[in-house]
Ligand binder design. Structure first.
Ligand code: DSN
Length: 432
């Protein structure tokens, strides 16, 4: 029974078309996933009605007894999932989680180091079109041209030269393990804070399939909707809470504040208003799901699928950045295939395959055109596709890349995609 169908048929039709699109396409955007029906229910539920500015037990509004229970549950489950002492589940997105960390650890104008966007970083790691690049003095490190992996000689040299107050590790198109331990050594050598942005691999980290930043990083941010398979949102964590002993905020009460207190107030009232209690409730469900044994199986399959897909591409003469993957991401440099990322994304979409164009390290094209595409396995693994299907998906992509201008070719691929999707429904509960 749908209320929207009766009250707003126009929007209902739009949602139906999106549901059809999700069902009938191969979703290979590395940052997307399909949540469980329970998470959908909570994200669309009555908790959206409640204003709850503040934190559990310290709200600006009455009537918060049950949203307090939900937020406490989400925080407790998050802490148990990642084995951390501190968690904040209120950031509306990963970008806002990052902003709260910057507001806590940095002053405007401070120097920060992050991975170059074209080398796999993120807009909030210092891009000039983002608040991060506008408010802070970012210095970007890069990957090594031959290995496609973070060039730690470059990181160390830049760190010694620029003495950043904070180093950020992690990114949005880095296919290899983030080597938190080496970043920690370098940050310790120059007395910098170390922040991990695990928006992409957080589900893999929760499942133990990717090393954990917790022993090495002062503060950790993530989204909740990528490999973690929760609702769209952000989180902040610290393995250990510490005193704010760098004197940025003078203690008014005669007591040195804990960093957790500063992070909490940076999120709210620092830059957000009312928390999205429906999303926080859905986050609680997601953290509970990720703490179960079958999530480990799922996370292992994500990586196994990505490795098989990368190998299939290599066998078809594709240039895979870093020569493979340790994660859910396969980053393909299309330079030798004589097609831009933009043209590939467009042709693939016509054939029912969704990817995003992506810069590759040392890209000569602009971010609007790019020389590569980023392919990810979290969503199709949620559909239960396995290694045989990964080979097939790589071959279908190859058919498109080799003949992107032929409508007949794209139609042929689209029929194959539809057949594959029919065999792996997303929401069996919904009508198809
Ligand atoms: N937009 C996300 C991604 O696709 O990786 C990062 O914020």
């Amino acid at each position: 029974m749908s209320y929207i169908k009766h009250s707003d048929p126009e929007l209902y039709d739009i949602i139906q078309r999106e549901e059809e699109r999700e069902h009938n396409t191969l979703e290979l955007i590395a940052s997307e996933n399909f949540t469980s029906p329970a998470i959908l229910e909570a994200a669309g539920g009555i908790m959206t009605n409640k204003y709850a500015e503040g934190y559990p037990g310290k709200r600006y509004y009455g009537g918060c007894v049950h949203v307090d229970e939900a937020e406490n549950l989400a925080v407790d489950r998050l802490k148990s999932l990642f084995k951390v002492e501190y968690g904040n589940v209120q950031p509306h997105s990963g970008s806002q989680a990052n902003m709260a960390v910057f507001m806590t650890f940095l002053s405007v104008g401070d120097t920060v180091m992050g991975l170059d966007l074209a080398h796999g970083g993120h807009l909030t790691h210092g891009s000039p079109v983002n608040f991060s690049g506008q408010l802070y003095n970012f210095v970007n490190y890069q990957v090594d041209k031959n290995t496609g992996r973070v060039d730690f000689d470059n990181v160390r040299a830049l760190a010694k030269e620029h003495k950043p107050k904070m180093i950020i590790c992690g990114g949005s198109a880095y296919p290899r393990f983030v080597e938190f331990e080496i970043f920690h050594e370098i940050a310790a050598e120059i007395g910098a804070f170390l922040m991990a942005d695990i928006a992409h691999p957080s589900g893999l980290i929760a499942a133990g399939v990717h090393p954990s930043p917790v022993p090495y990083c002062d503060v950790i941010t993530s989204t909740t909707h990528k490999t973690l398979r929760g609702p769209r949102g952000g989180i902040i964590m610290m393995g250990k809470d510490k005193e704010n002993n760098w004197g940025k905020i003078a203690p008014k009460s005669g007591r040195t504040k804990m960093i957790s207190e500063l992070l909490d107030s940076a999120v709210m009232p620092g830059m957000q208003g009312g928390p999205l209690m429906h999303i926080i409730s859905a986050k609680a469900i997601a953290f509970g799901e990720a703490n179960k044994g079958d999530f480990k199986v799922y996370a292992n399959k994500i990586v196994e699928n990505a490795k098989v897909m990368a190998q299939e591409f290599i066998e078809m003469d594709y240039n895979i950045v870093s020569g493979g993957t340790d994660t859910h991401i396969v980053l393909i440099d299309l330079t030798n295939k004589n097609i831009s990322g933009k043209a590939a994304e467009k042709a693939l979409e016509k054939a029912g395959i969704t990817v995003n164009k992506n810069m590759v390290p040392f890209d000569k094209r602009s971010p609007f055109v790019t020389s590569g595409i980023r392919v990810g396995t979290p969503a199709i693994t949620t559909r239960n596709m396995g290694t045989q299907e990964m080979k097939k998906v790589a071959q279908l992509i190859d058919m498109v890349i080799n003949n992107p201008d032929s409508d007949d070719n794209l139609k042929k691929v689209k029929l194959n995609v539809k057949d594959l999707c029919e065999s792996y429904p997303i929401y069996k509960e919904f009508s198809h």
